[in-house]
Design a protein around this ligand. Structure first.
Ligand SMILES: *Cc1c(COP(=O)(O)O)cnc(C)c1O
Length: 375
């Protein structure tokens, strides 16, 4: 829906309560295990595992970014994995089938083991080429991750949603890499937009958080109930920091996208770099699809250096790019993904997350580190 305002205007005010004289624009974190509650124990605020006003403000804010101008429900969690688990374990029952990406987030194989232990059939297929289409028959839920992490393949969300809904399956999209400013899964037809807000959404590398947003109140209620049962609740301080960080989301994402494209272009001119992937590069295999369904291309790119030693020399030589996992932060980071052992990638595979540095400085640092690694 077109609400007539831009992303930045929306981000700086997202989730703020109506102005109250002498109150701050964003109320501070509410630290409460319980609330005064005489008489009948009805909401909105009863017990700290069920509800918290600091969550309410952030949930409102995320909902405004996920689906501007629409009535949606958001549930925040203590981490991205808590949010992912809430969708999968609140919806699936023994005997159900779920389709996961085979090239998704590295903790998905652990989730798979757990699902199978509960008698749920798990099928996997790659993100690229919409390969998950072939696994949908009889499935209860389709889990999509696009762009995929760390290989940055893109699948056609509208097409997969149409096929899944035609067979009666619900669709969840892990939108961590894109953030709602780059991609709005609900507008593409998904039932759940899920993310680790540990990454670009909050962007400072100082907290873990996750969320689930859906249009359907019953689906949201299932996820919220799961949070209460498992107790995977975010702390008020993290929640408040996340809300504060959202006010600069558009600035961070814009710069990160600009920087990622500039670094990708610079890497593209180097003979030792192969397998370069960034959906924003016009000749990337995902570019056409990404352009059709994304509003921006994100701040993460990946590429391959000749071998492990070459990749390690490169990472050592970088000065403006931290050798660290995770992505989406204001400080650029990169890592040799193969060191974790979880992803099926070459030894020299590097995932680089462009931060908010000045573009020329970042590009110069990457090129200098490549020169040093090659020498
Ligand atoms: C990091 C990440 C997760 C897990 O999030 P946590 O906040 O670390 O629990 C899930 N999906 C993707 C795509 C991620 O990058």
């Amino acid at each position: 829906m077109d609400t007539g305002i831009g992303d930045g205007t929306r981000a700086v005010r997202a989730g703020l309560p109506k102005p109250v004289k002498y109150e701050p624009p964003l109320p501070g974190p509410v630290f409460a295990a319980h609330y005064h509650l005489p008489g009948e124990p009805t909401g909105p605020y009863t017990y700290g595992r069920d509800t918290n006003p600091t969550w309410t403000h952030l949930e409102q804010a995320i909902g405004e970014l996920e689906a501007p101008g629409e009535a949606v429900e958001t549930v925040v969690f203590s981490s991205g994995m808590a949010a992912i688990s809430a969708v999968l374990f609140s919806r699936l029952r023994a005997g159900d089938t779920v389709v996961l990406p085979s090239d998704g987030y590295q903790a998905l194989p652990l989730v798979r083991e757990q699902l199978e232990a509960y008698g749920i059939e798990v099928r996997t297929a790659r993100t690229g080429g919409d390969a998950q289409l072939t696994a949908l028959e009889g499935a209860r839920l389709l889990w999509i991750e696009t762009p995929s992490n760390p290989e940055l393949d893109v699948c056609d969300v509208r097409r997969l949603v149409a096929a899944a809904h035609a067979t009666g399956a619900l669709v969840a999209v892990d939108n961590t890499l894109a953030t709602p400013l780059a991609q709005r899964p609900l507008a593409l037809g998904a039932d759940f937009s899920v993310a680790s807000d540990t990454k670009g959404m909050t962007g400072h590398g100082d907290l873990l958080l996750g969320h689930v947003t859906c249009r359907d109140a019953e689906l949201a209620a299932g996820v919220r109930h799961w949070r209460k049962v498992v107790g995977a609740i975010p702390g008020p301080m993290e929640t408040w920091l996340a809300h504060r960080s959202l006010a600069t989301l558009h600035l961070r994402i814009e710069r990160q996208c600009t920087n990622a494209l500039a670094v990708a272009r610079a890497l593209g001119g180097r003979p030792e770099v192969t397998g370069l992937r960034y959906p924003g590069l016009p000749d990337d295999p995902s570019h056409r699809l990404a352009t059709a369904q994304m509003r921006r291309y994100g701040g993460v790119l990946s590429f391959v250096l000749p071998d492990r030693e070459h990749a390690e020399r490169f990472l050592d030589a970088l000065r403006l790019v931290d050798d660290a996992t995770s992505f989406g932060g204001v400080r650029s980071s990169a890592e040799r993904r193969g060191r974790w052992g979880g992803d099926a990638v070459p030894e020299g595979f590097i995932r680089l997350s462009a931060g908010a540095e000045d573009t020329d400085d970042l590009v110069a640092d990457v090129l200098r580190a490549l020169d040093e690694a090659a020498a």
